[in-house]
Write a protein that binds this ligand. Structure first.
Ligand code: SAM
Length: 347
């Protein structure tokens, strides 16, 4: 949805923009083409390997680009550290990148054998194998159901617990496939697709990061600045939709409050009543884009009062986490070193 991103972000020469999921630098490059030489782009990614690729790709833009290894939940601090008070636009293109999905050593793919890793940020302590090998069966079931919408979650969780520990993607994929009755295998996708998606979301705490990031991103926009978020999962889209709605209300007091105590003024104007979706030709060229949804909002211009509150996350968008904060070390499982024999997967 590159053209849509550029149009909706209203990218202008000399402007300042953040690509909060810079990945291989595709969106960033297209933005830089339009803003250089006077403009500035900050690119954020939690994946140091993606940043190295983006760095090579964007090198010709010199000082117009600043790349940071960070979680996008820290977007406001990253913008401030880069010496900017606020920016004209922010794009977030969620999920995993092709770089991650297609490299077996990253452990995201059931299609190619590799270590069961799935960490976007390889400096984080816990990988997918830790979840698979240590979560109690009911938590595994909940995770597969909530994040993978996997109707066979109960059978899969039971099979995993009976067969663990797992060290590699292919071992797990074959046990998941065997746990689902053959006649119920989903058409056109590998039977382990939903399980792998759920594990990826949980391993990287993707929904929690998004919930924290959106108000931070709004806080980093100047008046009239725009936020474009592309999601690939219904739970992500729900978080974006609800956060936009909440921040576009004048009053954020709980429904039924006798009187307004927040003195709120809206921070956002939602520009897309319904999410934008890719064209049929884009889906044909890139089938992975089929579930993409983009929502765009604009920072209101007439108030600064609630700007400092923008960083607070809201109760009404919070989804319960199904993953414990501290995972115990998995019995009988040794994580491989994050260098040579490193694992990955692609869904
Ligand atoms: C779909 S890719 C983005 C591709 C990019 N738009 C391009 O044009 O190449 C998503 C990227 O977001 C990164 N990412 C996901 N969650 C993140 C987070 N919480 N903080 C920072 N980066 C994140 C991933 O590591 C991945 O590189």
């Amino acid at each position: 949805m590159l053209d849509e991103v550029l149009a909706w972000l209203d990218v202008r020469p000399g402007g300042t923009y953040v690509d909060a999921t810079v990945g291989a630098g595709g969106h960033a490059e297209a933005i830089l083409e339009r803003i250089a030489p006077a403009g500035r782009l900050i690119g954020i990614d939690r994946d140091a390997e993606a940043l190295a690729v983006a760095e090579r790709r964007l090198a010709r833009y010199g000082a117009a680009v600043t790349l940071r290894h960070a979680n996008y939940s820290a977007i406001r601090a990253v913008v401030a550290e880069a010496g900017l008070e606020a920016v004209n636009g922010i794009v977030m293109d969620l999920g995993a990148s092709s770089l991650q999905l297609e490299e077996p050593l990253r452990g995201f793919s059931f299609a190619r054998p590799g270590p069961l890793d799935m960490r976007m940020d390889r400096t984080q302590p816990h990988c997918a194998a830790d979840l698979v090998n240590s979560l109690p069966e009911d938590q595994l079931r909940g995770l597969l159901w909530a994040y993978g919408e996997e109707r066979w979650a109960r059978r899969i969780a039971r099979a995993i617990v009976q067969r663990r520990p797992f060290g590699t993607t292919d071992e797990l994929a074959s046990v998941v496939g065997a746990a689902i009755p053959r006649r119920a295998w989903p058409r056109g996708i590998h039977p382990a697709t939903r399980t792998f998606q759920a594990l990826r979301i949980a391993t990287n705490r993707e929904l929690e990061a998004l919930e924290q990031a959106l108000p931070e991103a709004v806080g980093a926009l100047r008046g009239g600045g725009r936020l474009c978020v592309i999601t690939f999962h219904s739970l992500e889209d729900r978080i974006v939709k609800h956060t936009y709605l909440r921040l576009s209300r004048d009053c954020t007091c709980p429904p039924g409050s006798p009187q307004c105590v927040c003195n709120g003024r809206r921070l956002l104007r939602v520009l897309t009543r319904r999410p934008l979706t890719p064209s049929l030709s884009e889906i044909a060229a890139n089938p992975r884009s089929r579930s993409a949804k983009m929502r765009v909002a604009e920072r209101a211009t007439d108030q600064t009062e609630r700007a400092s509150e923008a960083g607070q996350s809201s109760a009404d968008t919070t989804l319960p986490s199904v993953v414990p904060d501290v995972l115990p070390p998995a019995p009988g499982f040794r994580r491989r070193s994050s260098s040579s024999s490193q694992a990955r997967q692609r869904s």
